[in-house]
Design a protein around this ligand. Structure first.
Ligand code: ATP
Length: 951
């Protein structure tokens, strides 16, 4: 490398542009005093970054700009450019030629360029320091300061060795590292203070936050478990409620029936009859007593009359056999009368039985008809019930499988890995039966639009559909979809039109969370009663809104109409239908139970009637037999009586006797009384039998009543218990629904669809209690501490991390500094030894004897040691080099320069009158030496010496 040219304009005395071409070897710059030779040296120093105005012989940096002369005006800028031949790439640059340029303006602005690219001063100093051509070293010896090398401080001289040892770049790097280290330590100190302060807040906050986190985790667990359990309980209670209600209905109808069929009134009637029968028996008993008395009197009179006849002389004797015959005849007549009476009774009894039989047969027929009716109704109901059950099963399956949704929708809903998926719109909205068709029509395909939490959830689901080729679906992100509605003034315009019903979103219900979605889908749809109203309203609104009628006609925006029959097959219908079917099924079960009861009742009535009927037949047979026997006896009696009568006819005389007449009358009377007595006895017997029968019947009925009452009482008790249970269940249900709403702000439908119990309910209840206890144990927590701790801890960790980084950087810097120190010490020691040796040799050579030496001021501190020069010219005894003459000092300095050049030749050296103080012979020696060295280094020499000029 060598300096190829110096260009300048406006620098110091160079008002005009100068362009000096310099060749390798020795270049002399000569001219009279003040011609600007030293300004060239200044120019070179200036370009290479000299910042000391003193070194540049100026009072300020802008002083270097040409400041005018008698004939020229001052200039605004100074420019100097040095071009180096860098074919050997001595400078660390890819260019074969390197131009370094500096420009300064009067305003004080400085600009630096490397090959016309604007750079920083540092880039230029780095380029030269890296190559070893350090500034301020020995390359440029300015006018007059050659003796400064000898006169200067020992520490300044070490720079010459450092430059030769090429450690300036390490020194510079060390300085940079030390600067960085200082900054790092300062930052470390600052960070440590902040960390200490932060620690006092973060540590207690960490405990608080952990507590709050534990609390939140338990609360989350508790919440989902509690909700799921509540849903399970609600479902179970609802089932109990429905079943109990059905049972109560049944018990009510049963107890009502029992009350009606009570046999108590019949029992009372029977008891009354029994009493009247007993009265009759008593009357008969008294009559019988009278008759017996009367008979005994008549018997006495009869005996007296016979006795008297015996003792009356004139009266004929009473034929005893005649009396006996008469008595027998009368007795037979009496028996005949009794039998005849009995036969009349038996016949009456038979007639009664016949009538009763007739009645029972009629009743039985009616009961059988009734039974047939119940049986066929029941068979129909059972069939219907089975069909309902089938329908419920199919519909439930449909709903569970979402079979009315498209494949894509079903797949998205069934994939548990997809996050943020809610429900299809159709599942979220409910309405009463009357609006179902309108709702279904208005929703159309959008009932299958899936509601999602946000766009990410939608994109996740869409990617899943794409990857698996499952079709398309539409998603409604909750965070984006906003409500739509029809302005009030527009609604006012049409609300009085006949058949106007209202905006559809106001006729449906949904969970509050989905209100925006439902308003978006249904808020701009008006429901009308029929197509006629639709037409009128549509016209009034200029067909700007969608209209649907209750029958399912639809007028789209713009006026197009849609109608006809659609396949009613969607979730809304299915769910409403399912509820209806379930209610019908429940009612059907109650009806069937009631029918079964009725059937049972009628069957038992039939059985009883049939038993009674066959008993009547049997009784009639007995009566018939009795009648036949009586008939036979009557015949016998009548025959015997006739025989006795013809016997009597033979005894005529008997007829004319007065006494006999009396006796005859007596006998007839006795016979009559006896007949009445027998009849009365028979009547009494019959009534007693009747009374006994009534007693038996009463006993049976009493037992039945008792049993029936016991049954009713048990049913009534049952009813009471069930009613209490129903009430309790209702209260529990209400409370649970209220709790679900108040504690978790959830509707049952939403909760049931989103929270499922995955364990046994009892276990879940136990776990809920345990979790609640745990929460209680934790006590009060500061939930805000979680976020606060996260925030502060992030900062704390960040600072810790920074601290670690700084500590690492600090130790790395220290390591680098130590390494650089080692390199510098080693290089310095080596170079010093070489230079010192060379200096001694050259000194003796130049001074033709004497002694020149370089000595370290502190050999133990090679990084800081100064260098003293011991220079003793031949034959002299000098204590300090300061005592040398000007020429001796200059020669000593030149010796040092030569020694350095021997060890480490510099690419170019500028010497500004360095030899000024030398005598002729020494100038010659100096010139010769330069001549010898010019192939190793480029010399630019400013001189006034002719001898030097010759060289
Ligand atoms: P000597 O032989 O005496 O050392 P020299 O050739 O080295 O002389 P310089 O010291 O280079 O001369 O030049 C000094 C001259 O430059 C002075 O005449 C001075 O007026 C002139 N000079 C210095 N600064 C400026 C400036 N800013 N504008 C104009 N001229 C300047």
């Amino acid at each position: 490398m060598y300096l190829k040219s110096i260009r300048s304009q406006g620098f110091k005395s160079f008002a005009d542009k100068i362009d000096l071409e310099i060749n390798p070897g020795i270049t002399g710059i000569v001219g009279p005093n003040g011609s600007g030779k030293s300004n060239i040296v200044d120019a070179v120093r200036w370009v290479l970054g000299e910042q000391s105005v003193k070194s540049l012989r100026s009072s300020s940096m802008s002083d270097v700009i040409f400041n005018g002369s008698a004939s020229r005006e001052a200039q605004k800028r100074a420019m100097v450019a040095l071009t180096f031949d860098n074919r050997d790439h001595y400078l660390n640059s890819d260019f074969a030629e390197v131009e370094v340029k500096r420009v300064v303006y009067r305003t004080g602005e400085n600009e630096y360029y490397l090959n016309n690219t604007r750079v920083r001063l540092k880039d230029i100093t780095d380029l030269f320091i890296e190559s070893g051509t350090g500034m301020g070293a020995f390359n440029i010896i300015s006018q007059g300061n050659v003796t400064d090398i000898v006169n200067g401080k020992s520490t300044d001289r070490r720079v010459i060795i450092e430059s030769a040892a090429r450690v300036l770049k390490y020194k510079k790097r060390k300085e940079e590292s030390l600067h960085k280290l200082a900054k790092t330590e300062e930052n470390l100190l600052r960070i440590n203070l902040i960390i200490q302060e932060l620690k006092t807040t973060v540590e207690p906050l960490a405990i608080e936050s952990a507590k709050a986190q534990k609390y939140t985790a338990i609360k989350d667990d508790l919440e989902s478990l509690d909700i799921a359990l509540m849903c399970e309980d609600i479902a179970t209670l609802n089932e109990t409620y429905q079943t109990t209600k059905g049972e109560i209905d049944l018990l009510k109808s049963q107890t009502e029936n029992y009350t009606k069929s009570l046999t108590e009134s019949k029992l009372e009637k029977l008891k009354l009859t029994s009493l009247s029968v007993e009265d009759k028996i008593n009357t008969l008993r008294e009559k019988l007593l009278d008759l017996t008395k009367k008979l005994s009197n008549l018997d006495n009179e009869k005996r007296l009359t016979i006795e008297r006849q015996k003792y009356m002389v004139d009266s004929p004797k009473i034929d005893e056999s005649l009396v006996a015959l008469k008595e027998a005849q009368l007795n037979l007549a009496k028996n005949i009368a009794v039998i005849e009476q009995e036969m009349v009774s038996l016949k009456e009894e038979r007639a009664q039985k016949h009538a009763k039989y007739e009645e029972i047969t009629n009743t039985l027929f009616k009961l059988k008809v009734e039974k047939d009716k119940y049986q066929s109704t029941l068979a129909n109901k059972n069939k219907e019930s089975l069909m309902l059950q089938n329908k419920i099963e199919i519909l439930t399956n449909n709903i569970n499988n979402e079979s009315s949704s498209p494949l894509a929708v079903r797949n998205v809903l069934a994939n548990p890995r997809l996050k943020g998926i809610h429900e299809p719109v159709g599942n979220l909205v409910k309405t009463t039966d009357q609006y179902l068709v309108a709702l279904d029509t208005a929703l159309g395909n959008s009932k299958n639009y899936i509601v999602v939490t946000d766009e990410d959830a939608a994109i996740g689901a869409i990617n899943y559909l794409k990857e698996n080729r499952l079709g398309r679906a539409t998603f409604l992100p909750l965070n984006i979809i906003g409500p739509r509605n029809i302005p009030k003034d527009i609604l006012q315009k049409v609300q009085n039109i006949a058949g106007y019903i209202g905006p559809l979103n106001e006729l449906v219900t949904c969970d509050e969370a989905y209100q925006n979605i439902i308003d978006n889908q249904l808020g701009n749809v008006i429901v009308t009663k029929d197509a006629l109203a639709m037409k009128a309203i549509g016209k009034l609104l200029n067909h700007k809104y969608r209209l649907v009628s209750l029958e399912g006609e639809m007028q789209n925006v713009g006026g197009s109409l849609t109608g006809g029959i659609s396949k009613v097959n969607n979730i809304i219908y299915e769910k409403a239908e399912l509820n209806k079917l379930k209610e019908s099924f429940r009612l059907m079960q109650t009806e069937i139970a009631e029918l079964n009861d009725k059937l049972e009742a009628v069957t038992s009535k039939i059985t009883a009637a049939e038993a009674e009927s066959s008993a009547l037949i049997k009784e009639d047979l007995t009566l018939k037999e009795n009648l036949a026997i009586k008939e036979e006896t009557l015949k016998e009696y009548t025959k015997t009586k006739e025989e006795k009568e013809s016997e009597l006819v033979g005894l005529e005389s008997w007829q004319n006797n007065e006494l006999d007449k009396k006796l005859d009358t007596l006998l007839a009377e006795i016979n009559l009384v006896t007949q009445e007595e027998t009849l009365t006895e028979k009547e009494m017997q019959k009534l007693t039998q009747e009374k006994n029968d009534l007693g038996d019947e009463i006993n049976i009925l009493e037992k039945q009543v008792k049993e029936a009452n016991a049954l009713i009482n048990s049913k009534l008790n049952d009813l009471k218990t069930k009613e209490v249970l129903l009430g309790k269940t209702e209260v529990k249900l209400d409370n649970l629904l209220k709790d679900l709403n108040e504690e978790y702000n959830l509707t049952y439908d939403y909760a049931a669809a989103n929270y499922t119990l995955t364990m046994d309910a009892n276990m879940a209840r136990e776990k809920v209690n345990t979790l609640k206890k745990e929460l209680q144990k934790i006590g009060e927590v500061n939930l805000g501490s979680i976020a606060e701790y996260e925030r502060l801890n992030t900062r704390y960790e960040f600072l810790q991390h920074q601290k670690d980084d700084l500590e690492k950087a600090s130790s790395e810097l220290k390591q680098i500094i130590t390494e650089m120190d080692e390199i510098m010490i080693q290089k310095f020691a080596k170079t010093f030894a070489q230079v010192e040796k060379e200096f001694s040799r050259i000194f003796t050579l130049m001074f033709k004897g004497g002694q020149g030496k370089l000595v370290l001021t502190d050999a133990n501190d090679l990084l800081n040691t100064g260098i003293d020069i011991i220079a003793i010219p031949p034959g002299k005894k000098i204590a300090s080099p300061l005592a040398l003459s000007g020429g001796e000092k200059a020669l000593t300095a030149i010796c040092l320069l030569f020694a350095i050049l021997e060890i480490n030749p510099a690419p170019f050296i500028i010497l500004d009158e360095a030899e000024a103080a030398l005598d002729e012979a020494n100038v010659d020696m100096f010139g010769k030496y330069l001549n010898k060295e010019k192939s190793k280094s480029q010399f630019i020499v400013i001189t006034h010496k002719k001898r030097m000029m010759e060289y």
